[in-house]
Design a binder for this molecule. Structure first.
Ligand code: ZN
Length: 322
């Protein structure tokens, strides 16, 4: 994805923050390519996230072609007569994705079935007696393909809290991820702070993401995993999402949303895991789809494995809690 965006072209990016907005274009000092400008704006956006809801607008000649192209992909999926694109997937894992390749094979793992009370109980980490931590990757604006390729290469499963709007932009990524047995959680459609929305808008944000995923891969759901944007929620939000069959999954280890460099973050993540109480096992790690995290993920995965800890998907983690 980033490579497609690095092609030079006139573009304007604007970040609306409340009533004001910040604009970047590539024909000023914002540098040669779009990917850099996007990551800077997203870093800015994440920094201001707690204060006000922000929306990122991309005005770029590729926008139209990207979505048209992505749309084209779905239609061109090798679908046998009468079969949905998902049908093309259910022809079983490709040769390179045999069970041996993926010890934490998500498709064999049932998603947790939680009762009403549990759905209303947000969770930051769990207590388990197995050396596992949950690896979660959020948002999905940048480098989704590269991140997926890295995880496949490292034989590491994870749960993707990709925004509905980014699922829509990346149907190829979604199909490839599902084919490699990765799972998706719900992080709303447009990353708006849910405490600032009415119940019907909260529901709409979640349902739209489910709809988009179902359009790309019929039968696939984000339930029961939900993550509130910015980690911001209140009892009304928890109640509303629980009614839709979702539990709010937060985290106890994070750090890449701030201004720390990839190098600084390497030690940061592993030291937080080491310090997690009562044990590192059962921790939930938050990261984001972005170039900086792409550089750090490999080191963190290796560091965890050196500690005898395996990073896994939320389904795998919650199944370990018995
Ligand atoms: Zn997010």
């Amino acid at each position: 994805m980033a490579e497609r965006f690095s092609r030079r072209g006139l573009f304007k990016l604007s970040l609306a923050v409340g009533a004001s907005s910040v604009v970047a274009t590539n024909d000023t000092s914002d540098g040669p390519n779009l990917a850099e400008a996007v990551s800077r704006l997203i870093a800015k956006r994440q920094a201001v996230e707690e204060e006000v809801s922000a929306t990122l607008f991309l005005e770029h000649p590729f926008q139209e072609s990207v979505s048209r192209e992505a749309q084209g992909f779905v239609e061109e999926a090798p679908v046998t007569q009468g079969q949905s694109p998902q049908g093309a997937l259910d022809q079983g894992p490709g040769p390179e994705n045999s069970d041996a390749t993926f010890p934490n094979n998500n498709s064999k793992i049932e998603r947790p079935k939680w009762d009403e009370a549990t759905l209303r109980n947000p969770v930051r980490r769990i207590i388990i007696d197995q050396p596992l931590v949950g690896l979660t990757i959020d948002d999905g604006y940048l480098v989704p393909d590269e991140t997926l390729d890295l995880l496949i290469e490292k034989k590491t499963s994870a749960t993707f809290f990709m925004l509905g709007s980014n699922l829509q932009r990346n149907p190829y990524f979604v199909l490839k991820a599902l084919d490699a047995r990765y799972e998706f959680g719900n992080h709303t459609f447009s990353h708006r702070l849910l405490t600032t929305l009415g119940n019907s808008d909260v529901e709409r944000e979640i349902k739209r993401t489910e709809e988009v995923l179902g359009q790309i891969a019929p039968g696939v759901t984000t339930q029961p995993f939900f993550r509130p944007p910015g980690g911001v929620y209140d009892s009304r939000v928890i109640e509303t999402v629980a009614k839709l069959g979702f539990r709010s999954i937060l985290w106890n280890v994070s750090g890449d949303a701030g201004s720390m460099t990839a190098e600084q973050l390497n030690g940061h993540y592993l030291s937080l895991v080491d310090a997690a109480k009562p044990s590192p096992w059962g921790s939930i790690i938050l990261t984001h789809f972005q170039p900086k995290t792409l550089r750090l993920l490999s080191t963190v995965i290796d560091g965890l494995r050196k500690r005898g800890i395996e990073p896994v998907s939320l389904s795998r983690l919650f199944n370990a809690s018995g």
